[in-house]
Ligand binder design. Sequence first.
Ligand code: GTP
Ligand code: MG
Length: 198
Amino acid sequence: MKEIIFVGRSNVGKSTLIRALTGIKVPVGKLPGVTRKPLHLPYQKFQITDMPGFGYMSKVTKQGQEAIKDNIVHYIEQNSTNIQLAVMVLNATSFVEIVDRWTQRNEIPVEVELFEFLHELDIQVIVAANKMDKIKEIDETLNGIAQRLGMTPPWKQWIDTIVPVSAKKGKIGILKELIQKNLERKDIHPQVLSTLIK
Ligand SMILES: Nc1nc2c(ncn2[C@@H]2O[C@H](COP(=O)(O)OP(=O)(O)OP(=O)(O)O)[C@@H](O)[C@H]2O)c(=O)[nH]1
Ligand SMILES: [Mg+2]
């Protein structure tokens, strides 16, 4: 069964977003590190995978966090042909600040690395900018996020890729439609496609 993975830093709201999207009560929590291994859920004729988050986790050692990150990368590599879409979730209240901190230290921010890694594997990515209920300067924030991910602002040029959401409030904007559009696009059978091209 083809798969949609939800990836991102811990505590950004991946599981809450899956709840809002599917109605399935997957475990969520206040402290980072709730989801520890890939959790598979049914979604139409697909499978949604709730991935553990990378980065700081409550009650997990630095070594443990590294191991979880390696597992995430490994999982994506192993399953890349089956993964039809990745929803990269980020916390809109802290994303720009975190990315800039890493960049100032001359390090590639993990989320930027992940975004590029998914593209290298030819996996389509939708960026869900979550926790928008806490944001006042909406356009400014989304422009900042787009820019850090290599998409030239204004963000509205990228409405097929970036979607503002508030998972906790159940506001998922056009995420459902974007997912649908993406799944259908790749779902065209090669034979049908060849007749369309003719
Ligand atoms: N304000 C606000 N809080 C949110 C939103 N979405 C999630 N949260 C909160 O963020 C916290 C983390 O949510 P989770 O869904 O468990 O996050 P996760 O990304 O799955 O975290 P891990 O499994 O630890 O990687 C919880 O306290 C949620 O209530 C949102 O849209 N707005
Ligand atoms: Mg989770």
